[in-house]
Design a protein around this ligand. Sequence first.
Ligand SMILES: *Cc1c(COP(=O)(O)O)cnc(C)c1O
Length: 222
Amino acid sequence: MNEGAQHLGEVTGKIEQAARAAGRDPTGVTLVAVSKTHGADRVRELLTVGQRIFGENRVQEAQEKFPALKAEYADLKLHLIGPLQTNKAREAVALFDVIQSVDREKLAVTLAKEMARADKRPDCFIQVNTGEEPQKAGILPADLDSFVAACRDTHKLPVVGLMCIPPVDEEPALHFALLAKMAARHGLANVSMGMSADYETAVRLGATHVRVGSALFGQRHL
Ligand SMILES: *Cc1c(COP(=O)(O)O)cnc(C)c1O
């Protein structure tokens, strides 16, 4: 068994355990394998053992790796988890199945336009800056109600959930609980939260999507 496959088994097992401990059905948790900085060969290690959902944070890097893999594995699904510049929106709509980082009005407008143009509608998550960090992307909690309404009603984006990246120096559980509560309030079924260090906590608090990189692929070198 390759190293990636071994790590995948461990992470999947922990997700299942955390879900059961919280009284949740483990199939309600989607593991997004974050392959940024790792080559197509590492992605392939996981594809061969059944993993089909991957996350990348840069459009250009994903364009270099994934079109060939998608041609080979028709059910591969790719999530964009990093900041998206409006001038890359067209490429993002073409390549990604899910865009988890909708974080401002201008991007929502551009994505709506590009989706109409391409006649392709990737599911969207709204990224929430739960820690209200000035340098971090995402909608502030106080602005979320109006932003969700604008995305859904004005721009007609297929909004399916919320995503957050908690501050590194704070207890992530507080942020996960807040995000889950906000999603419930808006009737959004999906909550993307939890990374290698805290995905079990996120699952206990209701994550439907966990984004795990280094626990699967090892340390990033770039
Ligand atoms: C890189 C990244 C991850 C994965 O981080 P790990 O700590 O390696 O699991 C998750 N989410 C986002 C938005 C990322 O950029």
